[in-house]
Structures are given as structure tokens and as C-alpha cells.
Design a protein around this ligand. Structure first.
Ligand SMILES: Cc1cc2nc3c(=O)[nH]c(=O)nc-3n(C[C@H](O)[C@H](O)[C@H](O)COP(=O)(O)OP(=O)(O)OC[C@H]3O[C@@H](n4cnc5c(N)ncnc54)[C@H](O)[C@@H]3O)c2cc1C
Ligand SMILES: *[C@@H]1O[C@H](CO)[C@@H](O)[C@H](O)[C@H]1NC(C)=O
Ligand SMILES: *[C@@H]1O[C@H](CO)[C@@H](O)[C@H](O)[C@H]1NC(C)=O
Ligand SMILES: *[C@@H]1O[C@H](CO)[C@@H](O)[C@H](O)[C@H]1NC(C)=O
Ligand SMILES: *[C@@H]1O[C@H](CO)[C@@H](O)[C@H](O)[C@H]1NC(C)=O
Length: 531
């Protein structure tokens, strides 16, 4: 703020010292940007404060969890939307210099809103990468360089525009930001064949805590390891990912088959646990578990929808199912043969016949107030225990569980190859979700239910640690209370997300960001608290 003071007489300087806290902090930030950015710009048109009419719409634009937009939740002092890499560098340098706490947002899908809300520090700003969304596909080399603000849907579309036999194995939901998504793993319907997004990253460009742009060679293998699964917002700002494209067949097959409890759903689901992680790697069958009206009037039931992608045609799929999972009773007419890009729309839940160009809008299809949690299952849950769980499941209005098969390529990659440790021995991942639309009104009820259900499933899931997916961030399992949480305290949640890899993440963090500039409620802590 010196630039405002030095022309004033010294007594005014003394006076203004006590007033500096009420000066709008975006002003010195703006000034600092003009000093540090290599590209001259009218920065005021990229800085939004609550006095700007568009502040709320920008803040809310990609925020996926309405729970973190409630009036009672802290709001950023300003949002900055950089237009190129050098403006990201300048933003890091200036926020650091001015002591402004920074949150980085790519696609805004963080389950606990950490990319746009700080529950622990004020003032804070959002560095929103929404305008950095180039996708440069190089089919000749099977690669693409992607800017962090692009959605996975845009990535898939741009690949399919160049080739119908190339794809990328990342998320099912097409509005995810590639920037944040890959930092935590990035799974999707090709994971059994090709692993996760992080398993298919070749290079990256990041801005570190000193404002330098580093690629893989410059950052070194430790940091390059950490950013591929160690969670967003701990090590630097990802500007670009370089990904490896994977082959997909000209024709793939999708299906959805639903069974209620009355239709033998419990027995089939029990069987699914054994077969889905072992079946042909070309086949990914997830199960969406919800409640609905059953055949008995007035009695709600549990519905299990088997939602699948097969990397091949229907004839071969029917053979695979006949041998591997005949209990589901898949028929030819259940199967839809289509292109890979259309299978993306199908799995994402777009209505039949939606044109792939919808992906270029980069918009999420629905938003809600929600809370979610996750588990990894390593032993088959007995039929009897499943039946007991349904009783608690049916107590909630609109509960959802998604069971996601592992095995295949996921078992072939070592636990320490990337920070994402949930590999060999995992049968499937469970995600629990409860969503609602009336804001704070019914929030406590839903939060209570999901915590209760989660405590009921404890006996059946991984233990010591009870593993959890970092991209399904869950603040119930612990958080940094401030700037200065010790490594020892953070182990409670760190081991659950990363198992033994947590120790290496802490070492890398301590080396590359010793002042803990990149921090949030669940950022990787330093080895020793700051002195
Ligand atoms: C509806 C929905 C569906 C989902 N489906 C899947 C799925 O199919 N597969 C899957 O694996 N996950 C899925 N997820 C989880 C998703 O992968 C994570 O929420 C992921 O973090 C989202 O990335 P983002 O850029 O959209 O989020 P953001 O909220 O922008 O960021 C998430 C975290 O990363 C940090 N971050 C963001 N951008 C950067 C950057 N450029 N550099 C460094 N740090 C950054 C943020 O500060 C924050 O801590 C889903 C989430 C939702 C809400
Ligand atoms: C926000 O308002 C200020 C003051 O009126 C203006 O200078 C600035 O350009 C506005 N920002 C945006 C992004 O429109
Ligand atoms: C289920 O039944 C109830 C009551 O009969 C009805 O209001 C509701 O719309 C039905 N839901 C569905 C999904 O059919
Ligand atoms: C947190 O630590 C940073 C870096 O050392 C420091 O600049 C900042 O003032 C601290 N914030 C709080 C709230 O303690
Ligand atoms: C951080 O915590 C340690 C130990 O709890 C304490 O000694 C130190 O003063 C704290 N540092 C800051 C910057 O708050």
C-alpha cells in the first residue's frame, strides 16, 4: 500500500495506518498486478467486488454445492479472472506480498466449496481460472495440452472433434474443471481399462509459491508426483496439464438395467460385488442406488441401476455378461451401440439425442445443496448386512449411493506410483450423497442422516485407515483449523486420503511451499508448524 502513502505527509501516514484495514484490498492488488504482469491490461475489468453488479453471478457461476453459497457462509473480498499465464503469476506474487489469502478455482466442483469459500481465513480472494480454457489436441502424438479452466466435457469434445478412436479416461460428470479434477485422481468409466486421469498425465505447467512457471523438467519428479493426486490447492496453481490420449473403439456399448428389491435386487447386488471388479477390463458397470416406488403400492423400495460402458460392440458384451454376470439378465434390447463421445453424454445423464456440442457450454446440468462421503470396500458385504442397511437408507428422502467397480488396470498400478493409494485389493468405491433444495431449512436433517448411515457402514468398509477419496472432499474427517496445523494433527485425515503417501506429500510441501502460501481447510501441512 506504500504507493498510496508516500506522497502524503507523515502524520497522515500514521493516521492511515489504522485505517488500512478498511481500504478495499483489491486496490493495492490491482496496482501490484500492473507492476508484475508481463501483459499490460485493464485489470479492473477482471476484478469483481461486491459492488460490481456481476459479482454474485460470477461467484455462483461454477459453484456446484449451493450449501457453500448460503448467506451465512463467508464471501470472498474479490474475484480475479486472469486472462493468461503471466497474470496468474502476478496474482500469486501480489497476494503473497499483500497477505491476501487465495483460493484457486477451476471448475468449482469441490464438495466442500474450498475453491470459493474460506471458513478459516479473512480476507480472501478467488483466483478464478474460468477464462483459461484452451484445449490443444495433437492426434499425431496422442497428446493434448489443456488449460486448467477447461471442463472435462470440453476436453472430450475437442478430442472427438479430431478423432473418433481417441479418448481420455477422466470423470463422468462433464462440467468438472480439468484443473482441480486431475489434482485428486480423476476416475471415470474407462478406469478399469486405462486407470485414472493422473495415470495418464505426461507433463504440467504450474505457478509455484514464488510466482515462477515450472514444467515437469523444472519442477522435478517429487513435485510432479505430488500434483498428480495429492489434492488441489496445496502445491501451486496448475496452469496446464499435458495428457496422454487413449484408444477407444469406433463402436462402444452402453446400458442401464434397473432392479428393485422386489425383483431380487439384493441378491444381484451381492453378486455384483464379486464379479464387477473381476470381469473383462473393457466393461465398467457401476450401480446407482436410490429409493423409489416399488410394485407394492405405498411402499418405497430400493432401486439398483446397473449403468455401464463397454469398450466394444453388443455381441461381445452379451458374451462377456453371459459368462461373467448372467444374474443381471442383460438382453440385446437393453444394449445401445454408439460412439465414445455419445457414450460420454449417456453416462453423464443427458437426454437421448442430445448433440455433443452441449459439452462446449461447460455448464453443470443441476445444482443442489448436498453432502457426500466415500468409502472403499475390500471385502464383499454379506446379503444379510445389505438388507439391514436398506432400512436406514429408506429413512432418507432422496438418498443416493454410487458403487464403482475397481480391478483391471487399477490393481496393476502401485499404491505409491501416484499419491492416489486406493489400488490393488479394492473391490469397489462407495459414494454416499444426499441432496436437497430448500436451503438451510432441512439441512440438519440431511446432514444427520448421512453421518448416521456412514457410521452404519463402518463395519463393512476399509479400516485402518478408513480410506476416502480426496476428490470427494469431506470436512467431517478433520481439517486444518488455521494456518498452522501440525503434520501430526493432519494425519487423521491425511492417511485416509493418501495412506502412506501422506508422508511424502508433507515432505514435498515443506520443500516447495515452506511459508504455506497455498493452504486451505485440508491442504497438505508443513512438517513443522511455522515458527
Ligand atoms: C457433480 C459432480 C460429479 C463428479 N464426478 C466425478 C467423477 O466422475 N470422477 C471424479 O474423479 N471426480 C468427480 N467429482 C469430484 C471432482 O473430481 C472434484 O470435485 C474436483 O476437485 C473438481 O475439480 P474442479 O476444478 O471442478 O473443482 P474446484 O472446486 O475448482 O477445485 C477443487 C480443488 O482443487 C483446487 N484447484 C482448483 N483448480 C486448481 C488449479 N488450477 N491448481 C491447483 N489447485 C486447483 C481448489 O482450490 C480446490 O481445493 C465430481 C464432483 C461433482 C460435484
Ligand atoms: C467493478 O466496478 C469498478 C468500479 O465501478 C469498475 O472500475 C470495474 O471495472 C468493475 N469490474 C468489472 C469486472 O466490471
Ligand atoms: C411415488 O408415489 C408417490 C405417492 O403415491 C407419488 O407422489 C410419487 O410421485 C411417486 N414417485 C415416482 C418417482 O413415481
Ligand atoms: C498465515 O501464514 C502466512 C504465511 O506465513 C502469513 O502471512 C499469514 O499472515 C498467516 N495468517 C494467519 C491468519 O495467521
Ligand atoms: C505455530 O504453532 C507453533 C506450535 O503450536 C507455535 O509455536 C508457533 O508460534 C505458531 N506459528 C504461527 C505463525 O502461528
Amino acid at each position: 500500500m506504500q504507493f498510496l502513502w508516500f506522497t502524503l505527509p507523515s502524520f497522515v501516514v500514521l493516521l492511515s495506518l489504522s485505517l488500512t484495514t478498511s481500504l478495499p484490498i483489491q486496490e493495492p492488488f490491482n496496482h501490484c498486478l500492473t507492476l508484475h504482469s508481463q501483459t499490460p491490461n485493464q485489470f479492473s475489468s477482471s476484478i469483481y467486488t461486491s459492488t460490481n453488479a456481476s459479482f454474485t453471478s460470477i461467484l455462483e457461476s461454477t459453484a456446484q454445492n449451493l450449501r457453500y453459497l448460503l448467506p451465512s457462509v463467508p464471501k470472498p473480498d474479490f474475484i480475479f479472472t486472469p486472462l493468461d499465464d503471466s497474470q496468474v503469476q502476478a496474482a500469486v506474487i501480489c497476494a503473497k506480498q499483500l497477505g491476501i489469502h487465495m483460493r484457486v478455482r477451476s471448475g468449482g466442483h469441490d464438495y466442500e466449496g474450498l475453491s470459493y469459500v474460506s471458513l478459516i481465513e479473512k480476507p480472501f480472494m478467488i483466483l478464478d481460472l474460468v477464462k483459461l480454457r484452451a484445449v490443444n489436441v495433437d492426434i499425431a502424438h496422442n497428446t493434448a495440452w489443456i488449460q486448467a479452466g477447461a471442463t472435462v466435457g470440453e476436453v472430450y469434445y475437442r478430442i472427438s472433434e479430431k478423432s473418433s478412436v481417441h479418448g481420455f479416461p477422466a470423470g463422468l460428470c462433464t462440467s468438472l474443471g480439468i484443473g482441480g479434477h486431475i489434482t485428486g485422481g480423476a476416475y471415470g468409466s474407462m478406469m478399469r481399462k486405462y486407470g485414472l486421469g493422473v495415470d495418464n498425465v505426461l507433463d504440467a505447467k504450474i505457478v509455484d509459491a514464488n510466482g515462477r512457471v515450472l514444467d515437469r523438467a523444472a519442477m522435478g519428479e517429487d513435485l510432479f508426483w505430488a500434483i498428480r493426486g495429492g489434492g488441489g490447492g496445496s502445491f501451486g496453481v496448475i496452469l496446464w496439464w499435458k495428457i496422454k490420449l487413449v484408444p477407444v473403439p469406433q463402436t462402444v456399448t452402453v446400458f442401464t438395467v434397473t432392479k428393485t428389491l422386489e425383483q431380487g435386487g439384493n441378491k444381484i447386488l451381492h453378486r455384483w460385488q464379486k464379479v464387477a471388479p473381476k470381469i473383462d477390463e473393457d466393461l465398467f458397470i457401476r450401480v446407482l442406488i436410490q429409493t423409489g416406488n416399488g410394485s407394492v403400492p405405498g411402499k418405497r423400495t430400493v432401486t439398483t441401476s446397473y449403468n455401464a460402458l463397454f469398450l466394444g460392440g453388443a455381441d461381445r458384451l452379451l458374451q462377456v455378461m453371459k459368462h461373467g454376470f448372467p444374474e443381471l439378465g442383460l438382453r440385446r434390447k437393453d444394449c445401445v451401440e454408439t460412439s465414445w463421445i455419445k457414450s460420454v453424454l449417456y453416462i453423464a445423464g443427458y437426454p437421448d439425442g442430445t448433440a455433443p456440442e452441449v459439452l462446449l457450454q461447460g455448464k453443470s446440468t443441476s445444482k443442489a445443496y448436498f453432502k457426500a462421503k466415500s468409502d472403499f470396500v475390500r471385502e464383499v458385504i454379506p446379503e444379510k448386512s445389505l438388507n439391514a442397511l436398506w432400512k436406514v437408507f429408506l429413512q432418507e428422502d432422496g438418498p443416493l449411493m454410487i458403487w464403482n467397480p475397481y480391478g483391471g488396470m487399477m490393481s496393476k498400478i502401485a499404491e505409491s506410483a501416484t499419491p492416489f493409494p486406493h489400488r490393488k485389493g479394492v473391490l469397489y468405491k462407495v459414494q454416499y450423497v444426499t441432496g436437497w433444495l430448500d436451503g438451510e431449512k432441512s439441512m440438519a436433517k440431511h446432514m444427520n442422516w448421512i453421518r448416521k448411515f456412514y457410521s452404519r457402514t463402518a463395519p463393512y468398509v476399509s479400516k485402518y485407515p478408513r480410506e476416502t477419496y480426496v476428490n470427494y472432499r469431506d470436512l467431517d474427517i478433520g481439517m486444518n483449523k488455521n494456518n498452522n496445523t501440525s503434520f501430526v494433527e493432519a494425519r487423521s485425515w491425511g492417511y485416509r486420503y493418501f495412506k502412506g503417501n501422506f508422508n511424502r506429500l508433507v515432505k514435498v510441501k515443506t520443500k516447495v511451499d515452506p511459508s504455506n502460501f497455498f493452504r486451505h481447510e485440508q491442504s497438505i501441512p508443513l512438517l513443522k508448524p511455522l515458527a
